[in-house]
Design a binder for this molecule. Sequence first.
Ligand SMILES: [Mg+2]
Length: 225
Amino acid sequence: MIDNLASNIWIFDYDLTLYGEDEREVLDSLDKRISLFVQNELGVSLDKASLIRKKYWKEYGTTLAGLRKEHQSDPQEFFDFIHTNDALIYPRRNSQKRDLIKSLKGHRVIFTNARKDWVEAGLLSMGIADLFEVIIDLEAVQWEGKPNIEAYKTAQELLIQEYGSQKVLSSSILYLEDSLENLIQAKKMNWTTIHVNSKGVLAKEIDYSLPNLLSLSMHLKNTFI
Ligand SMILES: [Mg+2]
C-alpha cells in the first residue's frame, strides 16, 4: 500500500499515463503530425517518415532525440509544427480521475518528454490543470529527455529549486509512468516507481503495477498526517 502523505511528491508522466490506452487516438493524432514533420524535414515519403519516426523513438527514446542527433533538427521548430493543427485530439474529462488526483496529498508535478503547451492543452481539456503545481517539460531538461538519467537529475534539481532541498530529500517521490524503460531509470534516483497501463508486465525494478491510473485508488492508504 502507498501512504498518501502530505510530504509526498507525486510525479506524473503525461502521455499514456494521465490518459490511458483507451484514448490512444490522442497520441495517434500527434504521431501523425510527427510523421509529417519527418516527411518535410528529410524529404521522404509519408510511409518512410512513419518508419523513421518509430525507429528513432525506439533507438533514442523520442523521435525528436533521433532527429536532433542525426539531422540537427531544431526542437522549437519541431514542436511548433506538431502542436499546430486543428486535427489534434485531446483527452476527455473524467470526474473520477479528477477526484483521484485531487485526493493525492502533497505536491503534484508532471515530468514529460513533450513540450509544455501540449500538456497544458491536454490538462485543460481534462479539467485538471489546477491540480498540478509544476510541469517539467523537455525544454526544461535541455531537450535531452527520459530515459537519459541526466533528465531525471535535472528534474530533481528543479524540484529542489521549487520546494527546497530539505523537503525534496526527505519526501517520498512517487513516479507514475507508462514506459518501463523510463521507470527503470527512475529507480536509480530512488523514486518509488508505479507502472501505469502496465498490461501486467512485472519487472523487479518496479514497485507497483497498475492496469490504469484509476486503479491507483485501490493502492492508497489514507492517513491523516
Ligand atoms: Mg508516456
